[in-house]
Design a protein around this ligand. Structure first.
Ligand SMILES: C[S@@+](CC[C@H](N)C(=O)[O-])C[C@H]1O[C@@H](n2cnc3c(N)ncnc32)[C@H](O)[C@@H]1O
Length: 228
């Protein structure tokens, strides 16, 4: 894997995300995303968790994970941890976009969204091993046999006090954060460079930005993927 910085362009006159799906080389669906500016309104509810920009951010991660898997001949992840999993949407998008895994563990300190997502997955994907753990990710003990994956779509919502340092060497890591949160007292980065430096990886496959817009809140989503 080689380091690459990607800055997406944002047409100012377009406010609808365009997501194209087509058959990939091996018959699996692949995604063509046009990173157009979209509007986000994300109240902290199950419905809010599906705000367009949050969904597009996760599709963006799935697309890059599929590229990484293809490039590194990874057919399936053994264990996946999704930290700050909220309503389990990342697991749902991985199922929808066919990012294969044996076991996925949703980790969140809030029991309520975990209960809702666990009940949904038990019905939606009864054959899949999707497990919920109600715990502070900073105290988590990972069980990872390569190839495994740790995802954190909530880096800006959580203190960096152990969850990153505890990830075993050799694990694939996929992280997202965001800009423009001056009130955030948990974990604020002021730039993509600061976000990049906060999470050092042995090999960086991708680090880049996606421009998004809320009513009254225009911000960048940052993403970093690589090998710890
Ligand atoms: C607002 S939500 C997710 C936002 C994220 N941008 C997304 O789209 O998925 C953040 C979640 O992180 C969880 N969280 C915060 N600190 C945590 C910690 N230390 N360990 C586990 N979960 C945590 C919260 O309970 C919440 O469900």
């Amino acid at each position: 894997m080689s380091a690459r910085y990607g800055q997406t362009s944002t047409p100012s006159n377009c406010q609808i995300a365009q997501i194209g799906v087509r058959a990939g080389a091996r018959g699996a669906p692949s995604f063509c995303l046009k990173y157009s500016m979209i509007r986000e309104s994300a109240p902290e509810t199950a419905a809010g968790s599906f705000a367009p920009s949050l969904s597009l951010s996760k599709l963006w991660m799935c697309k890059l994970l599929k590229q990484l898997m293809r490039k590194n001949n990874i057919n399936e992840f053994n264990q996946v941890y999704s930290l700050g999993s909220w309503y389990g949407n990342m697991a749902l998008f991985m199922l929808l976009t066919h990012v294969p895994f044996k076991v996925l563990v949703d980790v969140d300190t809030d029991a309520q969204p975990l209960e809702i997502s666990q009940a949904a997955f038990d019905r939606l994907a009864p054959r899949k091993r999707i497990i919920s753990i109600c715990e502070d990710a900073n105290h988590l003990r990972y069980v990872c046999s390569p190839p495994s994956l740790v995802i954190n779509n909530s880096t800006n919502n959580m203190r960096n006090e152990g969850w990153f340092d505890g990830i075993p060497r050799g694990t694939v890591v996929a992280l997202q954060g965001r800009s423009d949160e001056p009130q955030n007292e948990l974990n604020t980065c002021r730039s993509l460079g600061e976000f990049d430096r906060q999470y050092p990886l042995r090999q960086t496959a991708f680090v880049g930005t996606l421009s998004l817009e809320d009513p009254g809140d225009k911000y960048d989503r940052w993403m970093k993927i690589g090998l710890k």
